[in-house]
Design a protein around this ligand. Structure first.
Ligand code: NDP
Length: 480
């Protein structure tokens, strides 16, 4: 059975404790590889390697840093098929999704930040004839990057690429549930000639490796994407150490559908924003609110489409809906559906585990699920489910829709469907989320600020915001 390795100081290494964790294929329920069960000793080695590499990497001219990152980007492109298959097997997502979204986006992240750093500039503030200030922006040192399992290589590279481009060295931990493409990335980094110690990847559990990174006194900056509860724990440990923190956390995003929308576009995109990646995208619109005059029509059409969406083997090119990521996560989603029923929700389609034949017999599949009849403030409409489960609710007025949309402890993204320009702008200003998509979903320009408010996080990534985060500003004031 394949044994994945850590990537420390430029080499693929065994964990010091020589312990390994089973890695499951969610589409079969079987163990297919092993990953290092690292601990704080491995993190310590990674930090030492990163510290040793920092003096040289941080002063390597930007164009040379960019050149290495561009080589990594092009190696990801060249390995598209291999990486897409690996991501699909590790995570359960359809290979077609990994091929068109996850892996191309990982390559794009490296490309974008490799070239972005060449255009990153700092500010100067003149005080008429008295003085001039200029801002230096230096890399911070060793950055800790911790990422989740839902978009494994995509989100891993979203952190690592800007951190490295800005001149930091990195100690990174992918989710222990989906370690494979991070391991394959370490091989590509070696092939690309990334200097040793610049990037270190330590595999293992969050409570061992993740918390050792968070608590390490020589890691002054943490970029974390994951659940809100874990984010709170990281903040609790990191805040008294005055670490720089970027927290991209959970969501319970509203999808507001007005009667004057472009109906066909809305319906097609709402299928995607509800069920893409089995609903395991932090940006999915899981609370669907529909203007009452089109509620019944929407319900009929949407449920018909969701019922027809077949769940299948993720490795099959035609599959649109694969497995959820783990048995534990599947049980959590099924428990959420039971909770919805006990709260008075009516399951219009799905609501059950799906058993496939053959090699996928033991896989973790759930049918696309649509639930109605629940109030906006019940637990089902307040707590993140992170699976192929959405609720639908009617509303009568714009004010009511806005109230329900904002009645959440989360504030990551909202989706709005209307052809009324004035309404679109009015609501965009009032929705309490970090991102508003109008008549689209998941349309991403990497230059834009990405992140949430309230329980969805602190700070922004994307574009120059990421470089601001991964550098420390220093003002220099010269008296003239
Ligand atoms: P978790 O919070 O469980 O885990 C995220 C990462 O943190 C994993 O690598 C995990 O390791 C690690 N970790 C766990 N405990 C600790 C700890 N005490 N200290 C440091 N690190 C720790 O999230 P999931 O992996 O379950 O991902 C799903 C969540 O991520 C959802 O809530 C989703 O909304 C959110 N998300 C947010 C996004 C955003 O941009 N806002 C984007 C994508 C997802 P291990 O795997 O071993 O537990």
């Amino acid at each position: 059975m394949q044994k994945l390795q850590n990537y420390i100081n430029g080499e693929l290494t065994e964990p010091i404790g020589k312990q390994y964790i089973d890695n499951y294929d969610p589409s079969t329920g079987k163990v297919y590889s092993l990953l290092p069960d690292s601990d704080e000793r491995d993190v310590q080695l990674a930090v030492e390697a990163a510290k040793a590499a920092f003096p040289s990497w941080s002063v390597t001219p930007k164009d040379q840093r960019a050149a290495v990152l561009l080589r990594i980007s092009s190696l990801i492109d060249k390995s598209l098929e291999r990486l897409a298959k690996a991501e699909s097997k590790d995570n359960g997502k359809p290979v077609s999704l990994a091929r068109t979204v996850d892996i191309p986006r990982a390559a794009a992240n490296f490309h974008f930040y490799a070239t972005g750093i060449l255009h990153f500039a700092s500010e100067a503030h003149a005080m008429e004839e008295e003085a001039i200030n200029y801002t230096l922006r230096n890399p911070v040192g060793v950055a800790g990057c911790i990422s989740p399992w839902n978009l494994p290589l995509y989100l891993f590279s979203w952190k690592i690429a800007p951190a490295l481009a800005a001149g930091n060295c990195v100690v990174a931990k992918p989710s222990e549930i989906t370690p494979m493409t991070a391991f394959l990335l370490s091989e590509l980094c070696i092939e690309a000639g990334l200097p040793k110690g610049v990037l270190n990847i330590v595999h293992g559990y969050g409570h061992k490796v993740g918390s050792a990174i968070t608590a390490h006194p020589e890691i002054p900056l943490i970029s974390f994407t994951g659940g809100t509860k874990t984010g709170a724990e990281i903040a609790r440990v990191a805040a008294p150490m005055f670490k720089k923190l970027s927290l991209e956390l959970g969501g319970k995003n509203p999808n507001l559908i007005f009667a004057d929308c472009n109906y066909e576009n809305m319906l097609r995109t709402t299928m995607n924003s509800s069920f893409a990646n089995q609903g395991q995208i932090c940006l999915c619109g899981s609370r669907i609110m529909v203007e009452r005059s089109i509620y019944e029509k929407f319900k009929t059409d949407f449920v018909a489409k969701a019922s027809k969406m077949s769940v299948g083997n993720p490795a099959d090119d035609k599959t649109k809906m694969g497995a959820v990521v783990s048995e534990q996560h599947m049980e959590k989603i099924l428990a959420c559906i039971e909770l919805a029923k006990s709260e008075g929700g009516k399951v219009l389609c799905g609501g059950n585990r799906v058993y496939l034949d053959g090699e996928n017999k033991g896989g973790y599949f759930i049918a696309p699920t649509v639930i109605e009849g629940l109030p906006y403030n019940c637990r089902t409409n307040q707590e993140e489910i992170f699976g192929p489960v959405v609720t639908i609710m009617p509303f009568d007025t714009e004010a009511e829709a806005l109230m329900m949309a904002n009645a959440s402890t989360y504030g990551l993204a909202s989706i709005l469907w209307t052809e009324n320009l004035t309404r679109a702008h009015r609501l965009a200003g009032k929705l309490h989320t970090g991102i508003v998509w109008i008549n689209c979903w998941l349309l991403r320009d990497l230059r834009t600020p990405f992140g949430g408010v309230k329980g969805s996080g602190v700070g922004r990534e994307g574009g120059f915001e990421a470089f601001d985060f991964f550098t420390e500003p220093k003002n220099v004031c010269i008296k003239l």
